[in-house]
Design a protein around this ligand. Structure first.
Ligand code: ZN
Length: 65
């Protein structure tokens, strides 16, 4: 069995398993979500359009791998 150095957590927002630091959901300020969802929520708060948001998240996703 392969052992991961990082703790694996399931993001309740997108349902994906992520490792590393979680982000705090801005919706209720208590739910821990993955950094990508955290970034998406931050962009929503700024009033970024969906098209622009997806483009930014794509860049974040590309650079985090
Ligand atoms: Zn997520």
């Amino acid at each position: 069995m392969k052992r991961e150095p990082h703790l694996e957590t399931v993001c309740p927002k997108c349902g994906k398993v992520y490792t590393g630091y979680p982000a705090l959901s801005r919706v209720d300020n208590s739910t821990l979500i993955c950094s990508l969802c955290g970034a998406a929520e931050a962009l929503e708060m700024l009033g970024i359009s969906n098209d622009e948001k997806e483009h930014i998240l794509e860049i974040i996703h590309t650079h985090s791998h």
